[in-house]
Ligand binder design. Structure first.
Ligand SMILES: NC(=O)c1ccc[n+]([C@@H]2O[C@H](COP(=O)([O-])OP(=O)(O)OC[C@H]3O[C@@H](n4cnc5c(N)ncnc54)[C@H](OP(=O)(O)O)[C@@H]3O)[C@@H](O)[C@H]2O)c1
Length: 149
């Protein structure tokens, strides 16, 4: 099972290019709990920004230039390297776009409030995706989408 996991505002904004536009501790903790121990595919920019303390065997970084352990030049090789495990694609926008055609689930937190930034999640096509689960929480709405059919 391959899932995309992202937090966005109501307009699909996910980042400023350098950071997240918000700080919502409860949502971020839920993200960490969800991906804990899972295989992760992440873009080189997000990996460098996030500074997450991820275990080597867990993280697969997509880059067209960087070489070495944990780095992959295309999404297909990164997916293959994850094997038969649950995989979470943790962004950013470029990598979400590449991974979306391969995804079975989307874990989306819609953060309440107005924010500024320049990086957006790709369109969630209602012909392809349906809401499987929805929770309304004080600071954000939580959705799990599954692929139709
Ligand atoms: N709100 C959220 O949930 C969330 C989650 C994650 C990130 N973000 C935000 O998103 C922003 C970063 O996103 P981004 O779209 O700018 O960058 P990104 O997707 O994190 O990383 C882009 C990099 O991935 C590599 N890449 C992209 N396409 C590739 C391909 N076809 N083959 C091989 N490598 C490829 C390239 O690395 P090289 O340049 O090394 O070739 C490219 O520069 C930040 O603001 C971050 O805070 C938000």
């Amino acid at each position: 099972m391959l899932s995309l996991i992202s937090a966005m505002d109501k307009n699909g904004l996910i980042g400023t290019g350098k950071a997240l536009p918000w700080k919502v501790e409860e949502e971020y903790q839920r993200y960490l709990d969800t991906v804990k121990g899972k295989k992760i595919i992440v873009g080189r920019k997000t990996f460098e920004i996030s500074g997450l303390d991820l275990k080597d065997e867990q993280v697969h970084i997509l880059s067209s230039r960087s070489q070495g352990t944990n780095y992959y030049n295309n999404i297909e090789d990164a997916i293959k390297a994850c094997g038969e495990n649950d995989i979470f694609v943790t962004g950013g926008a470029e990598v979400y776009k590449l991974a979306m055609p391969h995804a079975d689930r989307l874990y989306i937190s819609v953060i309440k409030g107005d924010y500024e930034g320049s990086i957006y999640f790709p369109n969630i096509d209602a012909n392809i995706w349906e809401v499987q689960h929805h929770e309304e929480l004080p600071e954000y709405d939580y959705y799990i989408y599954r692929k139709k059919g």
